[in-house]
Design a protein around this ligand. Structure first.
Ligand code: GLP
Length: 246
């Protein structure tokens, strides 16, 4: 892994949007994996701007979001689906039937995870997945632990992760659901290309563990060391704990 350190978060977001636009130009039916959180907000804004300038056409692309809160419906303002509608889907020409999402309100969460995994398999897996990283090294909602799961699954959220997501629930961490549905490490590691973004000092230790630490379920992102095509794009504060010159 050889992180690229951009001068600013905005520079990385512009480069990331350009990379996605290039990939869609090369393969209009691209299957994209998409994250939520603060990290990709500027990327979504740049992609919307590219489309407005006629430099991006998503009409044949498909998207699969990485995760959703359990017990939360798409209509709930705190849902990841609502976040994506607000920041991206409402502003681009993705075909609604090619926007794929976990339904957090499905009565049978396990069956919903199996449905989503099957839908992703039918689409041929992810061509390009955009990732953020949790301050504890999580990817999507694959939280650190003794082991990791490959398939899409239901999972408990750590206290830190619930705190980090409080902004979606009126800054009240106690309102953040206790569980989520998430793509597993399999879908992420089988993606043909990975772009991981990390910004700010709060991500510095997770970035160090991902890049320089051992491959361990204690830091799910460390498994990206095993991937053949992964770009880690960071700003200087997120790179500040790296010991090796990059
Ligand atoms: C969230 C999401 C992840 C995201 C991460 C970082 O909980 N499930 O997909 O990458 O945590 O979030 P942020 O970008 O807000 O720091």
């Amino acid at each position: 892994m050889n992180p690229r350190i951009f001068d600013s978060e905005q520079d990385a977001a512009v480069a990331c949007a350009a990379r996605i636009a290039d990939a869609v130009r090369a393969r209009p039916s691209l299957v994209l994996g998409l994250p939520t959180g603060r990290t990709p907000l500027n990327v979504y804004r740049e992609l919307v701007a590219l489309q407005a300038r006629g430099a991006l056409d998503l009409s044949r692309a498909s998207t699969f979001n990485l995760d959703e809160f359990h017990g939360v419906s798409a209509e709930d303002a705190g849902s990841f689906r609502a976040y994506m509608d607000r920041h991206f889907f409402q502003h681009v020409n993705l075909a609604p039937e090619r926007i794929h999402f976990l339904d957090g309100s499905a009565p049978d969460a396990e069956a919903e995870c199996a449905r989503y995994e099957a839908e992703l398999t039918a689409a041929g897996g992810l061509d390009l997945v955009l990732l953020g990283i949790g301050g504890n090294g999580h990817l999507a909602f694959n939280e650190p632990g003794d082991s990791l799961l490959a398939p899409c699954h239901r999972t408990k959220l750590s206290r830190d992760t619930r705190l980090a997501n409080a902004m979606l629930f009126g800054d009240d961490a106690s309102r953040v659901p206790l569980e989520a549905l998430t793509l597993g490490m399999g879908a992420i590691l089988q993606a043909r290309s990975v772009v991981l973004l990390a910004f700010g000092e709060s991500k510095a230790e997770a970035v160090r563990a991902m890049v320089e630490g051992p491959v361990t379920p204690r830091c799910p992102a460390s498994f990206l060391q095993l991937h053949r095509d992964v770009a880690v794009w960071v700003d200087p504060p997120a790179a500040s704990a790296l010991s090796r010159a990059q």
